[in-house]
Ligand binder design. Structure first.
Ligand SMILES: Nc1ncnc2c1ncn2[C@@H]1O[C@H](COP(=O)(O)OP(=O)(O)OP(=O)(O)O)[C@@H](O)[C@H]1O
Ligand SMILES: [Mg+2]
Length: 324
């Protein structure tokens, strides 16, 4: 198992607006510039990776610069492709008179809760599997914490669901076999829909293992009350799922030489929160990123942030294991 800080699957998680996309992009850029083949993947349905990189992105990987590619997962297209595939398999294996009912059911499945998230996780697992063959590092820019935690619970949910479904289908197939035998007709072929579900489950279980063994979660926050509380909850939830935390990134720290009564007061409050963060997360790595004078967009801005990131985050160097 690799050291937590240098794990090849890097996730950025945290409250809305704290800087996940910015830091995921900057980390990916630093990693690519340090010589690693890097892919940055947005799993946030409200993508802004392309805005931050200043490149229109879609569901296909695009090269941003040598060794750096980016993609915004198109969950709707992936879900539609998945349902189309199920429908095609059904059409091959079912009696024609059952098909209209199946099609009606699948039309509902296209918009059912869970279909999009399941498709999103499915595509995510495929990118995880690209590492280490095509990419040395895959960086995930995720949606705010709650969405990501639900997504990570998917392998377990899907396993339970597929097992329940398999049992039901076995019963039906058993009856079907009995009637066919009584009628003296042939055995039906292996069930292609169940085979597809089992494939998916196997891939999700592999993904769950890789999330535990090869992924590090970096918790992004700003030095303010609510993000601190959310970070504490995320830390507990991730640890509860057996996932490794790379560290905390405290973003948007005002420079010490900030001038003017307003900025000085703001900086003092930040300092109090920074002390609280150091106390409450004493056994974690803490990386601090300064507030820049302007919004961060494009490779030049990102490069400036990237060059200030420690090698522990960008994977540009190895470090000794931390005493814990
Ligand atoms: N260190 C920084 N200095 C200046 N501006 C920053 C910094 N970090 C982030 N920003 C700005 O803050 C805004 C939000 O950043 P970003 O989109 O990365 O956050 P996010 O956590 O991904 O948000 P969301 O939860 O909506 O996905 C952007 O306009 C970005 O340019
Ligand atoms: Mg974002």
């Amino acid at each position: 198992m690799l050291l937590t800080a240098n794990r090849p699957l890097t996730f950025f998680s945290g409250k809305g607006g704290v800087g996940k996309t910015t830091l995921a992009s900057a980390t990916a850029l630093a990693s690519a510039r340090a010589g690693q083949r890097t892919l940055v993947v947005s799993t946030d349905p409200a993508h802004s990776l392309g805005d931050v990189l200043r490149r229109p992105l879609d569901g296909r990987e695009q090269e941003i610069e040598p060794r750096l590619s980016a993609v915004e997962i198109d969950a709707e297209a992936a879900a539609a492709a998945h349902v189309d595939d199920v429908e095609a398999r059904m059409a091959r294996s079912l009696d024609a008179d059952l098909l209209p009912a199946v099609r009606r059911h699948l039309a509902l499945a296209r918009t059912a809760p869970g279909t999009l998230e399941s498709a999103l996780f499915d595509v995510m697992t495929r990118y995880m599997e690209e590492c280490p063959e095509r990419y040395d590092r895959v960086v995930f820019d995720t949606a705010p914490t709650g969405h990501t935690l639900r997504l990570l619970a998917f392998p377990a949910l899907l396993s339970a669901w597929v097992e329940g479904l398999a049992r039901q289908r076995e019963k039906v197939a058993g009856l079907d076999r009995m009637f066919r035998n009584m009628a003296g007709t042939e055995q039906p072929d292996a069930d292609p829909v169940m085979a597809a579900l089992h494939d998916r489950r196997a891939r999700f279980e592999r993904a769950a293992r890789r999330l535990r063994d090869d992924a590090a979660f970096w918790l992004v926050l700003v030095p303010e009350r609510l993000p601190i509380e959310e970070t504490a909850r995320a830390e507990e939830a991730l640890a509860g799922q057996g996932l490794a935390i790379g560290g905390l990134i405290v973003n948007r720290r005002l420079p010490d030489d900030a001038e003017g009564g307003f900025l000085v007061a703001r900086r003092e409050q930040q300092q109090a929160y920074e002390e609280e963060i150091a106390r409450r997360f004493a056994d974690r790595r803490i990386v601090t990123v300064e507030q820049r004078p302007r919004d961060v967009a494009g490779l030049d801005d990102l490069g400036a942030i990237a060059s200030a990131l420690p090698a522990t985050l960008t994977g540009a160097a190895t470090e000794a294991p931390r005493a814990r």
